[in-house]
Design a protein around this ligand. Structure first.
Ligand SMILES: [Zn+2]
Ligand SMILES: [Zn+2]
Length: 424
């Protein structure tokens, strides 16, 4: 083909394309101009359109940047790890937000309070905690959420639901009464200094043996519990149903018949999936005997996790309770794949799921480590200074005289806020 012929064909080609486009525009058949945000899911054969000045769609979640739809659930992983601390993964904690405004925490394991803070949710909205059992990796940061949450804007008691034990001393009520006693010095020292309303527990202990029993029903939300099999009598699993969506949290458990029955058809089901036994021995330094016992009998081995999920067939299966590293993850995936091939998330802290009838979107959150407390959502109550517990004469007598040094701060704040506060 000569150069001239090619040029002519090129011109005809351009004219032909022009005709097709002209016809399409004239007949109204073109799609609306894709925005920069929508370009990625346009016609698969079309070249994507991007703009050098417009933001593209993001595939991560930024806290306090997205509305929650009225029919949507958002699940935030605030702890996915183990009882042994590590910077990357706090212990078990899941924050579930519903489109009706309700928010629920399932477990608040050691280290998880800082993850909760990273999601920048006003603390007055975070007043409901459901504990699966009383291992520290499932409730070890309850004190941090209790005290720190009250200080950061929770202006009401922290409501905690949890199972009884086979003796009163092994139940949630006993644990929380004694936790509050352990915090006597902390709580007494805060009297008369800040809004006092958050420094109380409201404990709801229920029978751990209840089978699919309702433990919570408010505002269109129903939460049920059923027994789990783990360590001692007492642990439970939960299901939450709202607006035609079902969320299940297994806590810690050996695979059991109740989960197989009552977690069925969940939109999202979380079940523990322990570290593979060979990794428990080499990386976690367990003896082979303990690794087998703990990794397959007290907890759920990855193959057993897959088996359970194949029985209940959730729209999304979530595995947690392992250290998720570059070298442990392939082993866990391989073992789960022996028994399960459905939708799966191998959870790590700051993973986020948006759940609607149509879609479950899984992303990682991009969090700000320099986060400050979000605003109080109600007017703070002023402290009653008469409630303050004074120092003894001996201790107050040790104060250096700082009156002149501090007075300018009083003057500055009194002027700015039109107050008449005086130093002690
Ligand atoms: Zn446990
Ligand atoms: Zn655990």
């Amino acid at each position: 083909m000569s150069l001239e012929t090619r040029k002519q064909l090129g011109i005809w080609g351009i004219l032909a394309i022009g005709f097709v486009i002209g016809f399409a525009v004239a007949s109204g058949a073109t799609k609306p101009e894709p925005t920069a945000l929508a370009s990625a899911d346009a016609d698969a054969n079309a070249a994507p359109r991007y703009s050098p000045v417009k933001a593209r769609d993001r595939d991560f979640y930024t806290p306090n940047s997205e509305d929650l739809g009225p029919n949507e659930m958002r699940l935030l992983a605030c702890g996915t790890g183990m009882p042994t601390a590590r910077p990357k993964q706090a212990a078990s904690c899941w924050l579930l937000e519903l489109g009706n405004g309700d928010k629920f925490i399932f477990d608040v394991g050691t280290g998880s309070a800082e993850r909760i803070s990273a999601f920048q949710i006003p603390y007055n909205y975070i007043d409901k905690v459901f504990l699966s059992h009383l291992h520290t990796d499932h409730f070890g940061d309850l004190d941090a959420l209790f005290v720190g949450g009250a200080l950061a804007g929770r202006q009401k008691p922290l409501r905690v639901w949890g199972p009884s034990g086979d003796t009163p001393e092994r139940g949630t009520k006993y644990a929380l009464e004694h936790l509050e006693k352990a915090l006597t010095w902390d709580l007494d020292g805060r009297k008369g200094l800040t809004d006092p309303r958050g420094y109380h527990f409201e404990v709801h202990e229920f029978d751990y043996r209840g089978i699919n029993q309702i433990v919570y029903q408010e505002n269109g939300v129903t939460i049920r519990s059923f027994p789990a099999i783990h360590s001692l009598d007492g642990p439970v699993s939960y299901s939450l149903e709202w607006n035609g969506l079902k969320f299940v949290f297994g806590g810690d458990t050996f695979p059991n018949k109740w989960f197989a029955e009552y977690a069925k058809d969940a939109d999202l089901a979380i079940h523990e999936c322990f570290i593979a036994v060979p990794d428990m021995i080499t990386k976690f330094k367990f003896t082979p005997q303990s690794a087998l016992l703990v990794g397959t009998q007290i907890h759920t081995a990855p193959e057993a996790f897959g088996s359970v999920m194949s029985m209940i067939k959730p729209r999304m299966a979530v595995a947690y309770h392992f250290f998720k590293d570059f070298d442990t993850t392939p082993e866990i995936s391989r073992r789960i794949a022996k028994t399960y091939d459905g939708p799966l998330s191998l959870a790590v802290d700051y993973m986020v799921w948006n759940i609607t009838k149509d879609e479950i979107r899984v992303r990682m959150a991009n969090v700000d480590e320099d986060v400050w407390p979000p605003p109080a959502t109600e007017k703070p109550q002023l402290p009653d200074a008469s409630l303050r517990i004074p120092y003894s004469k001996q201790i107050s007598g040790g104060k250096l005289d700082m009156k002149n040094v501090i007075q300018p701060t009083y003057d500055e704040i009194n002027k700015k806020f039109r107050l008449t506060e005086e130093q002690d």
